[in-house]
Design a protein around this ligand. Structure first.
Ligand SMILES: Cc1cc2nc3c(=O)[nH]c(=O)nc-3n(C[C@H](O)[C@H](O)[C@H](O)COP(=O)(O)OP(=O)(O)OC[C@H]3O[C@@H](n4cnc5c(N)ncnc54)[C@H](O)[C@@H]3O)c2cc1C
Length: 497
């Protein structure tokens, strides 16, 4: 069985000598492991990182005042509009890669621009994985820490930021500070999640890791009502077990009001056979067609990426012939994302649809958290108002109930369910082209839920700051970005600035 978070594992790589002299402002002494200070030291990866910090700090300070900065990253998973005016793109390529793994103490030091695909490749070679691996391959560690993330371990491990031990952040005022839960910059540690790069950019994070087994054994359990799904989620979150078997992974898929599945996963040392959903077979369809399955741990972690959950349908790659022609290499969420970004820019399909007399469509791409007790009410109304299925469910509990994540506060005693829906719906003739997104936003608020800010939002400013802790945010902004070199959270997430 895997060890619990932070427990002793064996082996690891890149244990090194000496604490770095990179000019990073530390929150006190070097981190302490079970056997004394953990050496970070001068491996090639660490030296590259240290040089990167120096270069980036210099480059950032040289940006003329008034010019906005943005990360020059190869990929993105952001779905809201972004202004392109007067933007300076920062080269952050030095912060890509795993720097060190300490299996003994259960952590890894990772450049914050590293994609989870690369993190997983590197860590699985050491027999460990992050406590939460968002399911799209090109989400980066820093993106998940600042923009939140969720996956099927979130019912036991919370969100990715909840397993960060320390982090280096380039702040808006050009310093690089190391933030920890109890150091001088603890305010930034707890205020970083949901700040979307408006207080600073994460450059490195030390994250907890947990041991893996080679396989994940899956059970797809069918439910005839949303109420029954909600009851089962509550019970699994309380007991960490289903029908007497320990549950390590938990998510769900709603196909209709009367057909939903919870997929419960358990580590397995061996498997009678393993499925492959990276080529001709399609994972989400298997949920309806088989009740048990086995996947390698790597294929399990990326089970949703190949078809971007089910969204690949819109690109016709679920048709067997097209799928064969496209091939494994292009069946990836980032390929679909690029096609969508192209359409968003050039509106080729929208124009063809208009010429064919088809209605305008509204993209409804959102992830929201609702308390499990309101799940049935939310989905009942959602299915009536927003004609999108399937819908993804991912239960979530705050990992450490004693702390407060300032900009995305959840009720630590509550079990939430992340509901994800990513599609488009026809706009009613003469109607509001943003009607469905507005409806979702209002409904989530009415039910005491929370909405991720990676996609379209409409909040009126006063309400936004009530929901996302304006007083704490503004205090952080004054301390770490007093000259507003970085955009403000409201303008970035709602106004698209
Ligand atoms: C269709 C869809 C489905 C999604 N589903 C899931 C899901 O199932 N599970 C999940 O976990 N997440 C999901 N997300 C959300 C995703 O995790 C967030 O959007 C995340 O912020 C994306 O990370 P990225 O690395 O791609 O960042 P980007 O898209 O490049 O940037 C996102 C934001 O984070 C900021 N940022 C990026 N890197 C850093 C950094 N190092 N330091 C500070 N700020 C930074 C950027 O400035 C930007 O504001 C989904 C998003 C979409 C669009």
């Amino acid at each position: 069985m895997p060890s619990p978070a932070g427990s002793k594992l064996t082996g690891g790589h890149d244990a090194t000598d000496g604490y770095p002299g990179n000019g990073v402002a530390q929150d006190g002494p070097p981190p302490v492991g079970a056997d004394g200070p953990v050496d970070l030291g001068a491996t090639a990866a660490r030296r590259r990182y240290d040089r990167g910090v120096e270069d980036l700090t210099r480059a950032y300070r040289a940006v003329p005042p008034g010019e906005r900065v943005r990360l020059a990253k190869k990929s993105s998973n952001l779905f809201r509009a972004r202004s392109k005016a007067n933007v300076h793109r920062l080269d952050v390529s030095a912060f890509d890669g795993v720097i060190a793994v300490d299996k003994e103490n259960g952590w890894a030091d990772v450049g914050a621009m590293t994609t989870y695909e690369d993190i997983v490749d590197s860590l699985l070679a050491d027999g460990v994985m992050p406590l939460v691996v968002p399911e799209l391959k090109t989400i980066t560690l820093g993106g998940a820490l600042t923009g939140l993330g969720i996956e099927s371990t979130s019912f036991r491990n919370g969100m990715p930021h909840e397993s960060v031990l320390e982090m280096d952040v380039l702040t808006g005022d050009g310093r690089v500070v190391t933030v920890t839960p109890d150091g001088e910059h603890r305010d930034l540690f707890y205020g970083f999640p949901n700040s979307y790069g408006t207080l600073g950019y994460a450059l490195r994070a030390r994250i907890e890791v947990e041991a893996v087994e080679p396989f994940v054994r899956l059970r797809h359990v069918r439910f005839g009502s949303i109420a029954a799904v909600a009851d089962a989620i509550r019970s699994i979150c309380d007991t960490r077990a289903y029908e007497g078997r320990r549950v390590e992974f938990l998510d769900g898929t709603v196909f209709s009001r009367s057909e939903s599945y919870l997929t419960v996963g358990t580590w397995a040392a061996d498997a009678p056979d393993v499925s492959d959903y990276t080529r001709s077979n399609i994972y989400y369809q298997s949920i309806q067609n088989r009740s048990r399955d086995w996947l390698t741990v790597k294929d399990y972690l990326w089970r949703w990426d190949t078809d971007w959950f089910w969204c690949s349908r819109a690109f016709y790659v679920q048709r067997p012939l097209v799928r064969r022609l496209v091939g494994r290499r292009f069946l990836r969420s980032d390929v679909y994302w690029k096609i969508m970004a192209f359409e968003d820019r050039y509106k080729v399909k929208a124009r063809i649809d208009a010429r064919r007399g088809l209605p305008q469509r509204e993209n409804v791409i959102q992830d929201v958290e609702v308390p499990v007790g309101r799940l049935e009410e939310f989905l009942d109304a959602f299915i009536r108002e927003v004609p999108i299925t399937p819908v993804w469910l991912c239960p979530l509990r705050q990992r450490d109930p004693s702390v407060k994540w300032e900009l995305y506060p959840l009720d630590a005693a509550e079990t939430y369910v992340n509901v994800g829906f990513w599609s488009s719906v026809p706009v009613h003739p003469g109607g509001d082209p943003e009607h469905h997104n507005r409806w979702v936003e209002a409904e989530v608020e009415r039910l005491g839920g929370r909405k991720s800010l990676y996609s379209t939002s409409f909040y009126e400013e006063r309400r936004f700051w009530e929901l996302y802790n304006g007083p704490v945010y503004h205090a952080l902004k004054r301390r770490y970005d007093p000259d507003s070199r970085l955009a403000d959270l409201y303008s970035k997430c709602v106004k698209g600035g």
